[in-house]
Write a protein that binds this ligand. Structure first.
Ligand SMILES: Cc1ncc(COP(=O)(O)O)c(C=O)c1O
Length: 483
């Protein structure tokens, strides 16, 4: 093992090495039982005399930091308590983050999962059912990806195309044309680290600090946090039954972020009239529209409304998609189909930020799509989620109809249920958590004052049995929570 020791000058070499090894052991960087190099090897590595390293080891052994095992070498001693270390730098020398970041934790308080289920019956949003994913097929796709990666030429300095791997972009373009009526060439697709990076890149190429970004209210907190972090002024624009209220958009808005297939979090699709109104407004104002189609592939009722992208004649809509809902969020793959005029800057922004997304995952996913496996997986998930949704709506409009009213949503893997008057969101959520039922209040999705009392119920990670059992517990609880 090479040990990292930095020597400054040639004075007090024994002391310098001693202090750094001792600090490494105390701070846990050198773990108990870790073998140290021989005094001879360490001396060669550091360019010091053997006597120097022997002196250091002897002292550390005498102090109990190191032990020797006959014929085997020198090791870090066991059972050393980790001592709190003194701050290395005076507090005045601390590197300071820009002020905006100290406000971020509140902005990012997303009632979305960050760890495994905390409740016996958990209805978190943003979770997909990994048990139904075809892992064996995926393993084959990954293996094929590894072979491709091994064979791939080194490209420019070993890096790949910033826009993404061709197979994946082709898979996405075909899927969009077939399922979402978004017609594009594969070259128009830029692969990103989830939808979140697509938003980040779009903001970087469109906005100057201080520009106004309009977001739906209630809306998606990670988008809010992202645009704010980049110095945008955020305008929270209310939604009604048809989607964002266009007449409430500030005149100087540079970018509008919307979720037209399945408004996040409330669920209603944006009406066709509203879509047209928004496009006309954007054309007059020369504002960019970001259409986040995050879970529209799971549509359960009615015929699909045209995407904003497919209705756009002015070249102002950037269409953003993700595999976080169709596969799982930790895949970290999303994409954007920008208006033609933003293509080049977006490509440059992606290259500037992180060169490109991981080749292996992209190649595997490209194979998964082009082989028809993605479509098969979507059909399987659609069937499972449709059954869960029907069960949930049945319960909410049946034995729980007194207290809950599901909001109209035609797509997605969560729904929001309004609470009727005698019930309060916080009471219901807390009491549910008390009996290990994870439902989540919608209050956190409002930047300003909330206008509805309700709960978000995700059914991506909860099967029909879980839904039945969880909601029967909830049904027993509700009468006692009337105010
Ligand atoms: C509105 C919305 N957009 C996008 C996403 C997905 O983001 P990402 O692709 O970065 O995981 C989610 C996930 O919950 C979401 O709710």
């Amino acid at each position: 093992m090479d040990i990292h020791v930095t020597l400054e000058g040639r004075r007090d070499l024994t002391g310098q090495i001693y202090r750094q090894l001792r600090a490494g052991i105390i701070e846990g960087r050198l773990a108990a039982n870790a073998r140290l190099p021989s005094t001879r090897d360490l001396a060669t590595q550091l360019g010091v005399s053997r006597k120097t390293t022997l002196d250091v080891f002897e002292r550390l052994i005498a102090e109990g930091f190191l032990t020797t095992r006959a014929g085997d070498g020198t090791f870090v001693a066991e059972g050393l308590t980790r001592l709190p270390t003194a701050p290395k730098e005076p507090s005045s020398a601390k590197a300071r983050a820009a002020g905006i970041w100290s406000a971020m934790p509140q902005d990012m308080s997303i009632p979305l999962p960050v760890s495994g289920p905390a409740f016996a019956y958990d209805f978190k949003g943003g979770v997909t059912d990994k048990t139904l994913f075809p892992w064996d097929v995926w393993r084959r796709c990954i293996n094929q990806g590894l072979r491709t990666q091994q064979r791939a030429g080194s490209g420019v300095g070993g890096y790949r195309e910033p826009g993404g791997e061709q197979e994946l972009r082709l898979g996405i373009a075909r899927y969009l044309a077939f399922s979402r009526a978004v017609v594009c060439n594969w070259q128009d697709v830029v692969v990103t680290q989830g939808a979140q990076q697509a938003l980040d890149l779009l903001a970087r190429v469109v906005l100057q600090p201080g520009d106004t970004v309009a977001l739906e209210e209630p809306g998606y907190p990670p988008a809010r946090a992202l645009f704010a972090a980049l110095g945008a002024k955020i305008a929270h624009v209310p939604v009604d039954r048809e989607g964002i209220v266009v007449e409430r958009l500030p005149r100087n808005t540079r970018l509008v972020y919307v979720t037209p297939s399945h408004q996040f979090p409330l669920g209603m699709p944006m009406s066709l009239d509203r879509r047209i109104e928004l496009l006309e407004w954007a054309k007059r104002r020369q504002a960019v529209i970001v259409e986040d189609d995050y879970d529209g592939e799971f549509r359960f009722e009615g015929r699909p409304v045209e995407s904003l992208k497919s209705l756009d004649r002015a070249g102002l809509v950037a269409y953003v998609g993700t595999f976080s809902k169709t596969i799982f969020p930790d895949l970290r793959i999303g994409y954007v189909v920008p208006p033609a005029s933003l293509s080049e800057p977006l490509w440059t922004a992606k290259r500037t930020g992180d060169w490109h997304s991981c080749m292996l995952t992209q190649t595997a996913l490209g194979t998964f799509m082009l082989n028809g496996e993605f479509a098969k997986h979507l059909r399987r998930m659609h069937k499972a989620y449709a059954e869960r949704r029907a069960t949930l709506i049945g319960l909410l409009t049946g034995e729980l109809a007194d207290s809950f009213e599901p909001m109209p949503a035609t797509a997605g893997i969560h729904l929001v249920a309004r609470l009727a008057a005698p019930w309060q969101e916080d009471d219901v959520v807390n009491a549910a958590h008390g009996v290990s039922v994870g439902i989540y209040g919608i209050g956190g999705f409002y930047a300003g004052e909330r206008r509805e009392q309700g709960v978000l119920i995700g059914y991506g990670g909860a099967n029909v049995e879980t839904i039945r059992a969880g909601f029967s517990r909830l049904a027993e609880l509700m009468p006692a929570l009337r105010r």
